[in-house]
Design a protein around this ligand. Structure first.
Ligand code: FES
Ligand code: FE2
Length: 324
């Protein structure tokens, strides 16, 4: 994990009004809950009293109530009521307070702050998530590796003709020109596959290669955008579950016809195609060892791994910031 970052961790649709959703994130069991008024809370799921899971609890008057003895916590994890002490009690309840994660919701995505108590800045995201002209369909799948491995898979251009030889990697383009990597800003890298059939030529160096109209973009800490064309874009966020598990959330966005109902059908079909490609990746990436990526993990990288090297270097820098 990189500390002091806003991570995209869940689709807003997964937390309904007045309901509780239990989910493992950042190696911890958490509950997300939405008040009747629409406010969102994210707290540790373990009740401070005797350890029951709040995931089985309910929302009452803007608070989450433990199913065991009815203790209530607000959206910041502050204990607000211990039923057995009675309503008239004026006891200090702060010893029951739960760890809580600050949250934001943007473009139907829940972001949670992982790091020091108070968030610094706001989530960084691709504008498409708030662009009303696009329609999307959302799918998710759990992978048995750390989220960093899933991210790197989406920045890997040399696997295309092998893992995806029947889908997006057709054509036996095994030779990788570049890839060129540019930093659009301090937090966002861009690259593109510029592969070719190997006829004995020497691959172009990164500086001589190009970024194509179909390109890949990544924002730290965990959001990726495949700009297929101006009308079709595939967004992914890589949800950290724990050191050996992650969830890939994929959204197929399009504005092909501009008619919402038709674009919705296209997005649904796009999601089916995404799933086929994603399963091809998952089958192999889940075999990678170690399950978590890092700068010095004994891999022998090749020129085509440039985007992965850039990702690892920046990630390492950000991780060290916290240690300083
Ligand atoms: S364990 Fe939650 S109220 Fe007792
Ligand atoms: Fe892939």
């Amino acid at each position: 994990m990189i500390s002091n970052q806003w991570y995209a961790v869940m689709s807003s649709h997964d937390v309904k009004k007045g309901k509780v959703t239990g989910a493992r994130r950042f190696g911890e069991n958490l509950v997300f809950f939405r008040t009747e008024a629409g406010g969102l809370g994210c707290v540790s799921s373990r009740c401070a009293h005797r350890g029951a899971s709040l995931a089985k609890g309910c929302v009452k008057n803007g608070n989450i109530r433990c199913p065991f003895h009815g203790i209530e916590y607000d959206v910041t994890g502050k204990c607000v009521h211990v039923p057995s002490d009675g309503r008239a009690s004026t006891a200090d309840l702060s010893r029951f307070n739960l760890r809580h994660y600050a949250v934001r919701e943007i473009g139907d995505i829940i972001f949670a702050w992982y790091g020091d108590a108070e968030p610094v800045g706001e989530p960084d995201y691709f504008d498409i998530i708030t662009d009303p002209s696009y329609t999307y369909d959302h799918t998710e799948d759990t992978w048995g590796v750390d989220y960093s491995r899933v991210i790197e898979n989406q920045l890997d251009v040399s696997h295309l003709p092998f893992i995806h030889r029947t889908t997006i990697g057709r054509g036996n383009k095994t030779l990788c020109n570049g890839p060129k990597v540019v930093w659009l800003d301090d937090n966002t890298l861009q690259t593109s596959a510029n592969n070719a059939v190997d006829t004995g030529q020497t691959p172009l160096a990164g500086k001589d290669s190009i970024i194509k109209d179909t390109n890949l973009n990544f924002k730290f800490p965990n959001m990726w955008l495949n700009h297929v064309s101006d009308r079709i874009q595939i967004l992914a966020f890589f949800i950290p579950v724990d050191d050996e598990h992650s969830i890939i959330a994929l959204r197929f966005y399009n504005k092909i016809t501009g008619k919402k109902s038709i674009d919705k059908c296209i997005a649904w079909l796009g999601s089916r195609a995404n799933r086929v490609v994603e399963k091809q990746d998952k089958r192999i990436v889940e075999t990678q060892l170690p399950k978590k990526s890092g700068l010095m993990i004994g891999e022998k990288l090749v020129k085509a791994d440039k985007p992965i090297i850039e990702y690892r270097s920046k990630r390492d820098k950000l991780q060290k910031l916290k240690e300083e």
